[in-house]
Design a protein around this ligand. Structure first.
Ligand code: NI
Length: 255
């Protein structure tokens, strides 16, 4: 069995097809899927779908950095009301300076608050990080006392960044379709160097479909294509990637 540790089945790209998407995933051997949360509007569908598929679809809860704007404090308090429904992680949270830095200070503050929340609830964090590595490492360092553990979703950083972060918590990397791209930059090298025990599979569907489906709508059933590429890079059997990454996900998210 494979696990998709970061997916968005409630995205509008799948509207009305959610059940078929889950069915195709199960058919492909992807037995569990974790839905990444981004903001309050997303939570009723996310938790609704998880209630319908206990033991198969699991929720995270978190305010995505791109959704940090004027109302970020209200957004953070809204999040608390979903805690009784047992999200398996606080995510996706993080920093994103790629398109817009208007709310940079608020993004950093929201990240700290959600780190504290994860620590208080003893939950892992699922990190979205783009063009903000330096600030992220600084906050992780400041928060080292929280004993954070988590996953760098859609990991695009260097092996050195991962090593550095590991001084301030327990970090895995989430590997998705990008690893199959010709222009995957440093990701194959990172996958080669990071131990398999610290790697998780993810699609980030509907985005980032792996080759040969690149550019099409992605979905959790494509996880085996990503696992096969990791097996190729590491020179190990596909089954080892399947078993180890599944064990990693079950441990980290307590599935
Ligand atoms: Ni995502």
């Amino acid at each position: 069995m494979f696990i998709d540790t970061h997916t968005h089945i409630t995205d509008e790209a799948f509207r009305g097809e959610e059940e078929a998407v889950i069915g195709r995933a199960l058919q492909a051997g992807v037995g569990k899927m974790i839905l990444a949360d981004i903001c309050s509007a997303e939570r009723p569908p996310v938790f609704g779908l998880c209630r319908k598929h206990p033991g198969v679809v699991y929720p995270m809860v978190g305010l995505h950095p791109e959704n940090v704007s004027e109302n970020w404090q209200e957004e953070l308090s809204e999040l608390e009301r979903w805690l009784p429904e047992h999200p398996v992680a606080v995510g996706e949270i993080g920093l994103d300076y790629h398109w817009d830095v208007t709310f940079k200070a608020q993004q950093k503050e929201a990240l700290r608050i959600q780190f504290e929340l994860a620590s208080r609830l003893n939950l892992p964090v699922n990190i979205h990080l783009r063009d903000a590595t330096e600030d992220f490492v600084a906050i992780a360092k400041d928060c080292a006392h929280l004993g954070l553990r988590g996953n760098l979703h859609a990991c695009s950083g260097s092996f050195e960044t991962w090593l550095q972060l590991c001084r301030y918590g327990e970090w895995s990397i989430g590997v998705g379709g990008v690893v199959t791209f010709k222009n995957a930059h440093q990701l194959p090298e990172v996958v080669m160097k990071v131990p398999l025990e610290k790697i998780l599979l993810e699609t980030d569907a509907p985005y980032m479909a792996p080759v040969p489906l690149r550019g099409k709508r992605n979905e959790p059933s494509n996880i085996p294509l990503i696992a096969a590429k990791i097996a190729e890079i590491k020179g190990i059997p596909l089954q080892e990637v399947e078993e180890t990454t599944t064990r990693n996900a079950i441990q980290l998210f307590q599935l």
